[in-house]
Design a protein around this ligand. Sequence first.
Ligand SMILES: [Zn+2]
Length: 250
Amino acid sequence: MPLALEYPFDIKVFCQTFELAHDEVFYALKILEQNGNLSFSEGFFQPTRLQFIVSNEVLYNFQIQHEDYYQLCTTLVRSYPGIFEQLTHLHEDKLIQRLKLSEKRLYEQLEFMQKNGIIELTKKNNLPILYFNMERLPESYLQLKPAIYLERKQSAQTKLDAMQHYCLQATCRAQQLITYFGQTSDTCGQCDVCQPRTLNESALFDFLREARSIEELERQFFCANTALETMIRPHLLTEKIKFKAGKFYL
Ligand SMILES: [Zn+2]
């Protein structure tokens, strides 16, 4: 019978442990998901779940060897029918009340039983869940369908082209977006295309509220260095504009 292989997956810890880059891991998972090897759900709350994975007899022997576990084991078996057959949601609060244990002690006991192979335990968490949809194949057997790469590349290229087109078109930005959604509109009068950033003193002082390099000024005002210098020079003399470490500022 195939085992349901699902794990809470803390991508941050995983990347730290194996010294991998977060983005690479995330996109690798997405590719494996598209390839059908696994599914990766967003994080949502998962309660603690538990299953006894030994026979009654083994459990009985364990209780004899560890007397202080007797109460916990019996309470679990009595409170949760089916706990030998499948992972069962626990209600920790009720257990803590009934057993008069601290939460810390309850988890210590559960973890001890897990270490001894008595139970399977998934502690409550908010982590994404990783499901293995098929048997975990050795790396050399793992084949990625070429279509998955090509489709991703094509889709990324289409997005890039569209963005490039949007930026380079000398058409009102708002109008371009509205046209994309199949409607028409007048120009907005507000965007960078509608309002060319012509160089004037008020715009210059406004922009220099933060320290700026000459390159930033050129980009902002679409103008040549000389025009900027002509405007800035008198203000440098009166120290209304200052220049330090390659930047102009007020
Ligand atoms: Zn516009």
